[in-house]
Design a protein around this ligand. Structure first.
Ligand SMILES: CC(C)(COP(=O)(O)OP(=O)(O)OC[C@H]1O[C@@H](n2cnc3c(N)ncnc32)[C@H](O)[C@@H]1OP(=O)(O)O)[C@@H](O)C(=O)NCCC(=O)NCCS
Length: 192
């Protein structure tokens, strides 16, 4: 796969099947009982919610897809305010097995981070304790482990909580940036 041919864009109806197959085939999501039918249903819900919102991603978040040479090679599912009300959250990322290690995952993370950091200074994510490969991937991209949540999605699996930060919510640079974007009212700094 040539990195130059990589394109990332929002989910379209034609992406649902290839993305769902990628998810359902991965041992990670098998552990979480995500079947092909369930993956298809989740992606259909995201697409329907995005259409209802006139392109705005609401409660379901944005599902973005990486293409290369006409093939789906990866995806990322994230929310701008999915953590503690204020902060971005990366829910799922996956790259087709045959193109792993070529920078697709890093580019997908950069796509989500660009949008999340435009809204606030933190990105959070959870990664299964057994998924040591993904933990190395996230650390390589500047994420640090900040805690662990046992039995969160599935009994017997601990989720490790990771965060990449540019500072606290109330940092002056963030407030100034938010004012410039005329969206300060969407970033409340009255925490908790
Ligand atoms: C985790 C995943 C998304 C990484 O995607 P990828 O396209 O292979 O990652 P990249 O090629 O962009 O790697 C970026 C950096 O992370 C490192 N990295 C990626 N996977 C790694 C691994 N398993 N072990 C160690 N380092 C790893 C790369 O070496 C690279 O570092 P470099 O810049 O020094 O070369 C991919 O392996 C995957 O889809 N895994 C299965 C699903 C999953 O676990 N998702 C995460 C939890 S939702």
């Amino acid at each position: 796969m040539s990195p130059a041919s990589l394109r990332i864009r929002r989910l379209r109806a034609t992406d649902i099947d290839p993305c769902a197959r990628l998810i359902a085939a991965d041992p990670l999501w098998k552990r979480y009982h995500i079947t092909l039918a369930r993956a298809r249903r989740l992606l259909q819900e995201v697409l329907a919610a995005t259409h209802r919102g006139g392109g705005r991603t609401g409660g379901t978040g944005e599902f973005a897809v990486a293409h290369s040479g006409g093939q789906v090679v990866g995806f990322i599912w994230f929310r701008l305010d999915g953590t503690f009300h204020h902060s971005g959250y990366v829910r799922w990322i996956g790259v087709a097995r045959n193109v792993r290690g070529h920078g697709v995952g890093a580019k997908l993370m950069a796509y989500a981070e660009r949008k999340i950091f435009a809204r606030g200074p933190n990105v959070f994510l959870m990664v299964s304790a057994f998924n040591t490969g993904a933990q190395k991937f996230y650390k390589r991209l500047g994420y640090a482990e900040i805690g662990a949540v046992p039995n969160y999605a599935i009994r017997g699996i601990t989720e490790r909580l990771f965060r990449k930060t540019r500072g606290p919510l109330s940092a002056p640079a963030i407030r100034a940036g938010a004012r410039r974007r005329r969206s300060a009212s969407r970033i409340s700094v009255s925490v908790p």
